[in-house]
Write a protein that binds this ligand. Structure first.
Ligand code: AMP
Ligand code: GLY
Length: 416
């Protein structure tokens, strides 16, 4: 098997797949220090290089981590070369690659979501904001690594955000601007395996998108996760599967672009019920770290079934334990951050805990930080409280100078 990517998500996938009795050989391209025994130095953007490698090594199944290669059409390229790959085609990946496309699908499938308008002209965008007032949410249309969204609580911030997004900060992703109604509630990430027709939900996860404790500061790719959030119920899951997931698969099928891979719903649980904030077309990061920690079933046959289009024959088994992942990031993240900081890890991560690497590398035998999000300290316990204690005890054993992390991952779920 080949896993494409170099984040914490890919380390978690590799960790899980390596436990499969069906696995013969694993590669991760390009991977990080946590996946070093499986790494091959091919970048995620080098689609021709990845195809060539997969053909040469007779890879039976490839799994794509990040969104960029999916939007670039890596699945189409692999399939044209006769290779089996888990992920959506370029056409289906537009659900994440273009927010205006996603909104069009939601509208077509009558999926509950925030009211919205799309603009290409900043003057019109500002006029519209003056009519709807604040709070409102502004989004760059294209991919911006989870950072192209500004939640404006007052009018001034909203007007400034128009310029920030449209003035070239986000390149072509910011050519079109979406302005959305502000939704109130708790967020839940629901990832589903999909073979194009059948979807199987994974366990629900709550991410912590803001950089600072108390959900303050800038939006990031995610500072930590836990699963399950107590706000989630089986009733809610039934509603989401029936009213959001199934209609999405159906409309994608009808358009001739069936969705195979992980369909990841970013939900807001509002007083009026679950509403869809966004689709992602891949495993979440750091959602995958806690999902893999809780998955009892072998992952390999599930991915295989999605590509064989027989997911309806699969049943997933999950652990009852609660899992928590605390992201340790570099100083400055999500803005400009320091790299090359030496890190020392404890020899043992202890029972029920695992240190997933993200932005790490090895230079002359020394473990160094190489990215914004650096480690994902993941632990499980009988209760959320116990899982948190284990995760933070391990965080405190890690020597990573000036690292930046939140002490309140999972606090939202305590006491409910
Ligand atoms: P997105 O990339 O669209 O998920 O947006 C990133 C984050 O911005 C979300 O996880 C929410 O925290 C917030 N957000 C996005 N859209 C809305 C909305 N319509 N109302 C409130 N918050 C939002
Ligand atoms: N943690 C959110 C994401 O992967 O997009």
């Amino acid at each position: 098997m080949l896993i494409i990517g170099n984040g914490g998500r890919e380390h978690a996938l590799a960790w899980k797949l390596a436990q499969s009795p069906e696995l013969e050989r694993l590669y991760v391209a390009p991977g990080n220090a946590g996946t070093v025994i499986w790494n091959v130095p091919i970048s995620v953007q080098d689609i021709a290089g990845l195809v060539e490698f997969a053909v040469k090594e007779k890879i039976d199944l490839t799994v794509v981590g990040p969104e960029d290669p999916l939007s670039l059409g890596i699945v189409d390229a692999f399939q044209e070369a006769g290779l089996r790959i888990f992920g959506p085609t370029q056409a289906a990946a537009q659900l994440e690659g273009s927010k205006s496309f996603a909104k069009m699908i939601m509208e077509g499938a009558k999926i509950p979501t925030a009211e919205w308008q799309v603009f290409e002209d900043p003057v019109r965008a500002k006029k519209y904001i003056e009519t709807i007032g604040a709070p409102c949410v502004l989004k760059a249309d294209g991919l911006a690594a989870g950072k192209g969204v500004i939640v404006a609580m007052d009018l001034e911030t909203a007007l400034q955000a128009v310029d920030e997004i449209m003035d070239g900060n986000f390149g072509s992703a910011g050519k079109k601007l979406l302005i959305e109604e502000f939704l109130e509630g708790q967020e839940v990430s629901l990832l589903c395996f999909s073979d194009g027709v059948t979807a199987l939900p994974m366990v629900p996860v709550q991410d912590h998108k803001r950089a600072l404790e108390g959900d303050l500061g800038l939006n990031t790719g995610g500072m930590g996760t836990y699963s399950p959030p107590p706000i989630w119920t089986t009733e809610l899951e039934a509603i989401v599967m029936r009213n959001l997931v199934s209609p999405t698969l159906k409309i994608m099928q009808e358009r001739g672009t069936p969705f195979v891979g992980v369909l990841f719903l970013g939900l807001m649980i509002t007083k009026q019920g679950p509403k869809l904030l966004e689709y992602n077309v891949r495993f979440g990061d750091p959602e995958t770290q806690v999902v893999m920690k809780r998955l009892k079933s072998d992952l390999l046959p599930v991915l295989w079934a999605c590509t064989e289009k027989n997911l309806s024959e699969v049943q997933l088994e999950w652990k009852n334990e609660v899992a928590v992942c605390v992201v340790m990031a570099a100083e400055g993240y999500p803005l400009a951050y320091t790299k090359g900081v030496p890190i020392r890890l404890p020899l043992e991560s202890g029972q029920d805990a695992v240190i997933f690497h993200a932005g790490t590398g090895i230079h002359e035998g020394q473990l160094l930080s190489t990215g914004g999000r650096v480690l994902g300290i993941t632990a499980e316990g009988q209760t959320l409280q116990k899982a948190r204690e284990k995760a933070y005890a391990l965080v405190d054993e890690i020597d990573f100078p000036k690292s930046h992390f939140r002490r309140d991952i999972g606090v939202k779920g305590l006491g409910n």
